[in-house]
Design a protein around this ligand. Structure first.
Ligand SMILES: [Zn+2]
Length: 688
């Protein structure tokens, strides 16, 4: 075969080493032509009476999977082995892909066929088929497929306008940050700032033909200054720059003010939601999520607030007492760091030597073996994209092959930052041979040097466990329809359940013993360090909690309470939320919403609560292991059966109850955050 991307046979792995940028467009175009022809054939067949489930769903699942099989390696290479040529090919393909997706989601004939199949479907039936049809119908409706022509056109117009305005919001934010800099000539003012941050600033000054230090506004630099700079004036200067980005209060030119754009985005979202039959955008957003209603999310957030606010006030009072004076917004990170150091005397640098990556990975694989009976066997023969990438065969307890896992752990210039799990191949059985799932697990750890292996901080250990949790969710699925297998079709507010759940293990003394071993001599993490590490876990847990609740409530309320004619009322609603939730005083100039890209850039709009929602589920699920024994295979078997295997085929609330024997309870999250029921001033109760 000339084009390696076109080999999508069930047992084939991508031929990564042979894929070239010039393969990308022809492969995608060929697949789209073939898919469009196949779709036309399916529709023609339906007009001649072939309109049952088997005539419609398996063939369409095949089309979706073929596209995914071709596009997954491309988008993976784009993320881990980027080149200008690949990026160009990738970008040229995006509009073609979007057009194809729109054709499908706006196809009225297809929608009616799905609707008829769903109506004729008997109760019960094959696992997952009901959920598959429900998801498909829901997505058709959410994209306005059944609207009269004029309204449909308006809906599409709004979607395009939103895509553009959300992109401009993010661009303004970047431009506003790029427009700001601070030159410092006085070394005394920089006292406390870490050497690596100062080196970067000195380099920037030199590149600008100046002496001293030139600071630009980026997140790592901002956090380093706020956390470590002893100069209060310098912290205040940086805080003002950060908290007013892209706003009317910003020192940057007014061109980057996001104020009007935010109003426009809220208005468009509201209009789109109304067009497809919802009262507001929050309700529209929740249509695809586990949470049932705006009221349910609101009372969930209110309950967490009631449980944590008092504890957060106490933590803040402790911090002010430690500082010896009232604290402004730009003091909090600095004194928190000082207090943390004094209380726990623990640093990343002290922990790293005990967490060499090979040891941590072997321990994690051992843990997965103890919990689920899985074996991961490295296979050096499989074609990969970089010498550091590896492939593991994943075997079940009986030795049956159930999937595969690619790992790529080290940071490289041509690799996107962050850590993630991605779907390489989905499980599929549609009458033909079984296609086993394959996952990518990607991190950005420091590579080994000639003398030292890659040494992880405990945060990085948590990251590795987190991504392994996502990978297990993808690999252990027993669902045969790709669109609802593994992580597909899982609601956004529940998809972090299996990943955050895995993090819990990385705090247990017995697991820390399995995954640690000093890179010189192999000694496990000493007991005394284990204790300090565990104690530091809950430091300021309630303050972090109320900060997240502030974001989540603000996001929910601006979308749920939007009223045309009144505008966004963004600062007003933020003020109300802060009065009810926040414990740290906000500066009068603070324009936090203008930089809140999570929700105004898209993605998390009316969905920011998902972080806490999933954390309640994951903490409570993990608590079952605390109760029954962290290495006990019994809760593991239950977790696998009820949560990891079901993909998007079951209501997650029902699945959770099947696993836990009761609905989710917020108590475990409060305890894991160091918030005791006594400090909370009330007994924690279950979310609905
Ligand atoms: Zn995650």
């Amino acid at each position: 075969m000339d084009n390696p991307l076109l080999d999508t046979a069930a047992g084939a792995l991508p031929a990564f080493a042979s894929i070239r940028p010039e393969h990308v467009e022809p492969a995608l175009e060929q697949a789209l032509v073939a898919n469009r022809a196949a779709l036309a054939q399916i529709l023609a067949g339906s007009r001649e009476g072939k309109a049952g489930f088997d005539d419609l769903v398996p063939p369409l699942e095949e089309l979706g999977d073929r596209l995914q099989r071709i596009w997954a390696p491309v988008s993976h290479l784009h993320a881990v082995a980027n080149t200008p040529e690949l990026r160009e090919a990738f970008n040229r393909c995006l509009p073609q892909l979007a057009r194809y997706q729109t054709e499908i989601s706006q196809n009225v004939e297809l929608y009616r066929l799905f609707d008829a199949v769903a109506k004729n479907m008997p109760e019960g039936g094959e696992e997952g088929t009901r959920a598959l049809l429900d998801h498909a119908l829901r997505d058709f409706r959410l994209s306005g497929v059944s609207l009269p022509d004029a309204e449909k056109r308006r809906f599409m117009e709004i979607m395009e306008a939103l895509a553009e305005k959300q992109a401009v919001f993010e661009q303004n934010l970047l431009d506003a940050m790029a427009a700001w800099s601070h030159h410092e000539a006085d070394a005394a003012r920089l006292e406390g700032i870490p050497a690596s941050t100062l080196e970067r600033a000195a380099e920037a000054a030199r590149a600008d033909g100046r002496s001293g230090w030139l600071f630009r506004l980026d997140q790592p630099g901002y956090i380093a200054v706020l956390t470590h700079a002893r100069s209060r004036a310098l912290r205040a200067l940086f805080h003002r720059a950060w908290a007013t980005r892209a706003s009317d209060q910003a020192p940057s030119p007014p061109d980057f003010d996001n104020s009007r754009l935010m109003d426009e985005i809220l208005a468009l979202r509201h209009e789109a939601a109304e067009l497809v039959g919802f009262t507001d955008f929050a309700e529209y957003s929740l249509a695809t999520k586990m949470a049932g209603s705006v009221q349910e999310v609101r009372s969930f957030l209110d309950r967490l607030t009631a449980a944590s606010r008092h504890a957060a006030q106490q933590e803040f009072a402790e911090l002010e007492a430690f500082a010896g004076h009232p604290l402004a917004a730009w003091d909090v990170a600095f004194y928190s760091e000082e207090l943390r150091r004094q209380k726990f005397a623990i640093s990343d640098e002290e922990l790293r030597p005990y967490f060499p990556l090979p040891r941590v990975l072997a321990g994690l694989i051992g843990l997965v073996g103890r919990l689920y009976g899985l074996r991961l066997e490295a296979d050096g023969q499989v074609d990969v994209w970089h010498p550091a990438a590896r492939y593991f065969r994943v075997l079940d307890a009986g030795g049956t092959l159930i999937g595969g896992l690619y790992t790529d752990f080290y940071t490289r210039p041509e690799k996107r930052s962050g850590a993630w799990m991605d779907d390489a191949i989905s499980r599929k059985r549609l009458g033909g041979p079984l296609q086993l799932p394959v996952a990518h697990l990607v991190c950005n750890f420091a590579p080994p040097s000639a003398s030292t292996p890659s040494l992880l901080s405990h945060d990085e250990v948590l990251t590795l466990f987190h991504e392994m949790g996502h990978a297990l969710h993808h690999l252990l699925t027993r669902i045969d329809y790709p669109s609802v297998a593994g992580i597909h079709g899982v609601p956004w507010d529940a998809v972090e359940l299996p990943s955050q759940f895995m993090e819990g293990f990385a705090w247990e003394p017995e697991i820390l013993a399995m995954i640690s071993g000093h890179h010189q001599g192999g000694a496990p993490l000493p007991r005394e360090l284990v204790d300090r590490l565990r104690a530091s876990r809950v430091f300021q847990g309630a303050m972090h909690m109320v900060r997240q609740l502030e974001f989540a409530l603000f996001d929910l309320r601006i979308h749920a309470e939007y009223a045309p004619g009144q505008g966004g009322r963004i600062m007003q609603l933020l003020g109300e939320v802060r009065d009810a939730v926040a414990v740290v005083p906000a500066a009068a100039y603070d324009r936090f919403p203008h930089g809140f890209a999570h929700i105004f850039g898209g993605g998390y709009a009316a969905g920011y609560y998902s972080y806490k929602w999933a954390e309640v589920l994951s903490s409570d699920a993990y608590a079952a292991f605390e109760e029954e024994g962290v290495l006990n295979p019994a809760p593991a078997a239950r977790f696998r059966r009820e949560i990891l295997e079901i993909g998007g085929t079951r209501d997650i609330g029902v699945a959770f109850r099947a696993f836990r024997g009761r609905p989710p309870d917020i108590a475990a999250l409060l305890r894991h955050s160091g918030i005791t029921a006594a400090a909370a001033g009330e007994t924690a109760t279950a979310p609905a």
